[in-house]
Design a protein around this ligand. Structure first.
Ligand code: GLA
Length: 417
């Protein structure tokens, strides 16, 4: 089924936004922490045409369901299902006072669903760049990222942080995105495993998770409760000594957040120093903390991680929200096949569904895919220039990685606003 067959006319363009893998910095984006995601090659693609009324028609070749209503029909929980992620972006931009009209939108391709690779953020972000361009909004990508996050929080009802949307909109190929969720400051950190003879395996356990269910929200609530108990604005400001004064499960939950932020800083230092092959122990420690203190792992993720390590991975951890989805493993290129086979064999021994294993390449953020229709090549160039202009940590610069600035980021930070 094509756009023309479905809607009776041609789309005004096609936009794509990537999924993400988080290298490290898990469950800290709603605690004003630091995270280090990168965009993957897999993309969600939308074809969109504007309308001169307020009707919104959404359809997908990848999933059943959709939406046929008006802009005013979009609200909390409506539309339900995948359409809420796309419609929510229209709603959030309108709520900010932007002149957004109706659209016809077809999702033609998607990041693997439910694999913990942020297919939902990819749908939000592809919709956002399309709508931004088609209605001539000219918004900064950080503003678009914030709108996408509100779509997810307020319309879909998943209380997620902003990491996935920032990665999908701001990532640069060959880099990971250091995101300071305290003020939205970002930095591009060189991350090219293949150049160092390494591969980053993404092991999809095929255990499907849903972020809108209660467990993610419960973790977030504990983190907020811990900050309140310490009378701090967030756990970003907490020390381990303060964490030790917390009672019950708040203590391990908060300990994860505080130690994970330190691990992000250490990972960034090693990467900026060209020591990518030394980050394995930090990935391992992140998994231990997520499984033990934060309790968001599951048997399949633990099996993938321990088997990958045993078969030669330098480090491995669950990535994303947890409770299923994917694990990552940093593996010498020569050992990639052996690690993948060992993980498949371990799953087979346990009678588990065979995991889907891919290698991830740090890729570019969202962009228009076709240049015909309204919207100009200059605008595409400008968006790409915007991304290219984001500061890159240069390990050779004299002050590159010395000390931390006011964001707690090593070296000079990219200004967000
Ligand atoms: C999901 C959420 C993110 C983040 C991660 C955990 O991917 O969408 O905002 O909280 O979980 O790091």
């Amino acid at each position: 089924m094509s756009f023309a067959e479905l809607f009776g006319r041609e789309p005004h363009g096609r936009w794509a936004a990537p999924g993400r893998v988080n290298l490290i910095g898990e469950h800290v984006d709603y605690a004003r922490g630091l995270c280090l995601p990168f965009a993957i090659a897999q993309r969600t693609v939308v074809e969109v045409a504007t309308r001169d009324d307020s009707r919104v028609r959404l359809a997908s070749l990848a999933e059943p369901g959709g939406f046929d209503g008006t802009l005013d029909d979009i609200g909390s929980g409506s539309p339900a299902g995948w359409a809420g992620y796309a419609a929510g972006v229209l709603w959030a931009l309108r709520a900010d006072g932007h002149a957004v009209g109706g659209v016809d939108l077809l999702v033609t391709d998607t990041v693997p669903l439910g694999a913990g690779l942020s297919s939902s953020a990819a749908l939000e972000c592809s919709t956002a760049v399309a709508v931004d361009e088609l209605f001539g909004l000219g918004l900064d990508r950080r503003v678009l990222a914030a709108a996408c996050q509100r779509a997810e929080n307020d319309i879909v009802g998943a209380a997620t942080g902003g990491m996935d949307q920032a990665a999908s909109l701001l990532a640069k190929a060959g880099h990971a995105l250091l995101l300071d969720t305290r003020d939205g400051a970002t930095r591009q950190v060189p991350f090219a495993p293949a150049d160092a003879g390494l591969g980053l395996l993404v092991i999809d356990t095929r255990v499907r998770h849903r972020l809108a269910d209660g467990r993610y929200g419960a973790r977030r609530a504990s983190v907020e409760k811990a900050a309140a108990a310490l009378r701090l604005p967030s756990l970003r400001e907490a020390t381990l000594d303060q964490v030790d004064t917390l009672d019950g499960e708040l203590r391990p939950r908060a300990r994860h957040v505080v130690t994970e932020i330190v691990r992000v800083r250490e990972t960034v230092k090693l990467l900026a120093d060209g020591r990518i092959d030394e980050i394995g122990p930090l990935l391992d420690a992140s998994h231990t903390s997520l499984a033990g203190d934060f309790e968001v792992s599951c048997a399949e993720l633990d099996l993938a991680v321990s088997t990958a390590r045993g078969a030669g991975a330098l480090g491995a951890r669950l990535t994303g929200g947890g409770f299923g989805g994917s694990a990552i493993a940093l593996v010498p290129l020569a050992a990639v096949d052996a690690v993948a086979s060992a993980v498949r064999a371990a799953f087979a021994r346990e009678d588990l569904r065979s995991p889907e294993i891919r290698t991830a390449e740090p890729s570019a953020g969202a962009a228009r895919e076709s240049l015909h229709g309204p919207g100009t090549a200059e605008r595409v160039d400008r968006l790409q220039d915007e991304i290219a202009a984001l500061p890159v940590v240069d390990p050779r610069s004299p002050d590159g990685m010395l000390g931390y600035d006011e964001h707690g980021l090593p070296g000079p930070a990219g200004r967000s606003r």
